[in-house]
Design a binder for this molecule. Structure first.
Ligand code: CTP
Length: 401
């Protein structure tokens, strides 16, 4: 039994063909191998197998009606796309393949898939003549030209309608192996990555807080890249409006203390800990439960330090024989490299990614960044570009340590 599927979120999109009944076996086996499965069905699929059957087998409500307000409330129309780490279309009928290729979103399967950016496995099943049809073949070729689209089958043999030829849904072990393969894609496969991102927000009273302009984009770019390299990624994220990458687990927090608690419960089980959050350095010593009324007098607020999440985590794991690789970020306005070296030593890190937030096109709330990576051996490597480009270069550097 492969443990590649353990804990993976897999969306199974069921098309309307006679092989739809086999999607139930697929769902059951994926779950047996540890995956968490949600099902979306086309209208045609529901003619062959009921949503209730798929609900029982998947252990979760089934998405059938994107225009049903009740389902939209329950799923949010993009929920499945955000939740899923991978999408398996089984059976992928000729019609469903055509609609996917055309970029349509006119049922529960295609709307979800249209919003999904991760790996997709097509498991075609249809009559041989439909499979051989030039248009079907052209659609399949076009989809498979996109690297994140893969295909398994169709198998050759006797078909439900009496024909013999290509068009059978692949056998269950082949479907499972091809699904698992979607996750075997990079140097971080089987590795866990924990990332802090965004600002923290420290309340002073119910309507006021201390925070900073971090958007969380750099940390989320680090998360998306780690995911693309195959890692299982968890982000402990402060208040952030940034787009959340697919296939990444996000734990929302508000304060530094909450961030610390979420990190400490995970850091010993992770292979890489990347602290990119702009943790607020201070919090109010006491938080007023009622709104503080303003007067004309100067107001004094006593601020106390928040915990240093990275330092606390680093101290906890440092003597562990299998400690995670520890990466910090440093945002500076001057003496960038000297401060980066100081942080590396003080927090016992493997790498510090330093950026000069006063430079144009770097730092908070912009989509580009320019950084210098300082490693424990003293070496320095520069990287610049979009936050995604920089994230890729930072992971390259981390992997070379
Ligand atoms: N960090 C953290 N918890 C804090 C403060 C910082 O985890 N309370 C992490 C950040 O995520 C980042 C690194 O530590 O990875 C930044 O180090 P820090 O010493 O906070 O940098 P500055 O605040 O810039 O330091 P200083 O004010 O001393 O210049």
């Amino acid at each position: 039994m492969s443990n590649v599927l353990q804990g993976r979120h897999i969306a199974v999109g069921v098309g309307g063909g006679i092989a739809a009944y086999k999607a139930g076996d697929l769902v059951r086996e994926l779950r047996r191998q540890g995956a968490v499965v949600r099902v979306a069905m086309t209208k045609g699929a529901q003619e062959f197998i009921t949503p209730l059957t798929m609900q029982s087998l998947s252990g979760a409500p089934v998405f059938t009606e994107p225009f049903d307000p009740n389902q939209d409330e329950q799923f949010g129309h993009l929920h499945l796309a955000r939740w899923a780490h991978a999408f398996v279309i089984a059976p992928a009928t000729a019609d469903l393949i055509a609609r996917i290729h055309a970029g349509m979103g006119n049922d529960a399967v295609t709307t979800s898939l249209l919003a999904f950016r991760g790996p997709v496995l097509l498991a075609p099943a249809m009559n041989t003549a439909m499979w051989d049809n030039e248009q079907t073949q052209a659609n399949v070729r076009a989809l498979l030209a996109v690297p994140r689209f893969r295909m398994v089958g169709p198998g050759v043999g006797p078909l439900a309608d009496g024909d013999v030829g290509a068009g059978r849904l692949s056998e269950l072990p082949d479907l499972i192996a091809a699904t698992a393969k979607l996750f075997e894609q990079g140097p971080l496969t089987g590795r866990k990555v924990l990332i802090t991102a965004g600002p923290t927000r420290e309340s002073m009273d119910p309507v006021r807080f201390i925070s900073n302009p971090s958007t969380g984009k750099m940390g989320l770019a680090m998360a998306a890249t780690a995911r693309a390299l195959g890692a299982e990624v968890t982000v402990i994220l402060g208040p952030s409006e940034a787009r959340r990458p697919d296939g990444v687990t996000i734990v929302d927090i508000t304060t530094a203390d909450q961030m610390l608690a979420e990190v400490m419960s995970r850091v010993e089980q992770t292979d890489f800990f990347v602290a990119s959050a702009a943790v607020s350095d201070w919090k109010a010593q006491t938080i007023s439960t009622t709104k503080v009324k303003k007067g004309d007098e100067p107001q004094t607020v006593t601020l106390v330090r928040t915990p240093d999440v990275l330092l606390t985590a680093s101290t906890k794991v440092h003597s562990n024989p299998k400690r995670p690789v520890l990466v910090g970020f440093a945002a500076e306005t001057h003496d960038v490299i000297a401060y980066a070296r100081g942080k590396l030593a003080k927090k016992k890190l493997d790498l510090v990614v330093a950026n000069d937030v006063s430079a144009a096109g770097a730092g908070f709330a912009v989509d580009t960044n320019a950084v210098t990576m300082v490693a424990a051996d003293g070496s320095q490597v520069n990287a610049q570009g979009s936050k995604a480009d920089v994230a890729r270069k930072v992971w390259e550097r981390i992997l070379s340590i």
